[in-house]
Ligand binder design. Structure first.
Ligand SMILES: Cc1cc2nc3c(=O)[nH]c(=O)nc-3n(C[C@H](O)[C@H](O)[C@H](O)COP(=O)(O)OP(=O)(O)OC[C@H]3O[C@@H](n4cnc5c(N)ncnc54)[C@H](O)[C@@H]3O)c2cc1C
Length: 339
């Protein structure tokens, strides 16, 4: 049995950990206070009555292994199909219905449901941002992790990093040239996100829309998703270009600018109906440039990496990347009798 550290409790890290924990000791280190990473939801309102998916909005299924997993958890009521009407808005006019036959899935209690399901029984150390990975000496077989707040975690045979590419790079660059040189070619882009809870329904002919020719790229009525409370809740995403240009703006400024744009593209007056509002910046939201490999593993050092920046820049890609890394580590361990 090997002792394995996994950095990050997003979908890729959790999926990798759940496979490896069947026959190894796995400890996950997560900088936030919950799991799910970019598949997260937020509740707002006096009674937490407004629920928003403020990262991933939905996911699609193409690969057979992911299909098998999704079918299983759909039958358990963890995820369900979102049958909302998705439009394309161009200069404020509906120009199209977006791929009406595409099956879109969401978590039944928010996108976080998948992560919560995968995290069952796993040893996760929350509020622990790993800032450094090292060995006492080059001959030493065991890895040591250090957290930003000065904690030291010792005795790992293998360390796997499942953070976004830029954060993975800062951890692996000092220790593995072979992994760092690959991670360097992946690129993330930011997304500014605004959440609006309204006192009354907006009468629109769609539930969500890809928005063109606007600072917004996506708007979504969260209460059109299955099993969500019937309180009018909208998520607005700014385009990657606008988000990059306004990366260092304050949340208050971004909230006002994107709210104004929402009014413009929907042609609806929401002045007197906003009950709750919130702006969130995802610095590493999407991955315009991925690498070809589905995961990376340096078997000489016992260091690996996975995430949506490996092969597939979305929920499905993160799931598959975690699976691919677990397979790689398991086959490496099967050649090492001492584990
Ligand atoms: C705004 C937005 C919209 C999106 N829309 C969609 C969509 O509609 N459909 C779709 O399929 N995908 C979408 N995505 C992408 C999808 O969310 C991601 O592809 C997927 O969730 C990535 O999972 P991951 O495990 O690779 O990374 P993450 O979810 O980012 O997980 C990495 C984890 O590592 C942790 N971490 C990082 N550094 C450290 C450290 N040093 N120490 C400890 N922990 C650390 C982070 O806190 C995080 O929990 C969207 C993403 C965003 C942000």
């Amino acid at each position: 049995m090997a002792t394995i550290a996994v950095i990050g409790a997003g979908l890729s890290g959790l999926n990798c950990s759940s496979k490896l924990s069947m026959n190894n000791k796995v400890i996950i280190f997560e900088k936030s206070r919950g799991c799910g990473g970019r598949m997260s939801n937020k509740r707002l309102g006096e009674n937490q009555e407004f629920i928003f998916d403020h990262g991933a909005q939905y996911f699609t299924v193409r690969d057979s292994k992911f299909h098998e997993f999704v079918s299983d958890i759909e039958s358990e009521g963890i995820v369900g199909e979102w049958k909302g009407k998705i439009a394309v808005l161009d200069d404020g006019n509906i120009s199209d219905t977006h791929q009406p036959d595409l099956k879109r899935y969401v978590g039944m209690n928010g996108m976080n449901s998948l992560a919560k399901y995968l995290s069952k029984g796993l040893d996760i150390r929350f509020n622990t941002r790993i800032s450094h990975i090292e060995k006492k000496s080059p001959e030493d077989k065991k890895w040591i992790l250090k957290s930003e707040s000065g904690e030291v975690f010792d005795g790992f045979d293998i360390v796997l990093v499942s953070a976004p590419a830029e954060q993975t790079l800062s951890l692996v660059k000092p220790i593995s040239d072979s992994i760092a040189s690959k991670v360097e070619s992946a690129r993330s882009a930011p997304t500014w996100c605004v959440l609006l809870g309204l006192s009354s329904p907006l009468l629109l002919d769609f539930d969500a829309a890809f928005v063109h020719n606007s600072s917004l790229s996506w708007i979504s009525r969260e209460n059109s998703k299955p099993n969500r409370p019937n309180h009018e809740s909208w998520v607005l995403h700014a385009s990657p270009q606008w988000s990059t240009e306004h990366l260092e703006n304050s949340p208050e400024q971004v909230l006002q600018l994107l709210k104004d744009e929402f009014v413009k593209v929907t042609k609806k007056d929401i002045k007197d109906s906003v009950v709750v509002s919130f702006a969130h910046r995802w610095r590493f939201a999407t991955v315009p440039q991925t690498i070809k490999e589905t995961c990376l593993f340096d078997s000489d050092l016992g260091i690996g990496a996975c995430g949506d920046w490996c092969g597939g820049p979305r929920v499905e890609g993160a799931f598959l990347s975690g699976l691919s890394l677990a397979d790689k580590v398991n086959s490496y361990l099967s050649t090492k009798s001492k584990y």
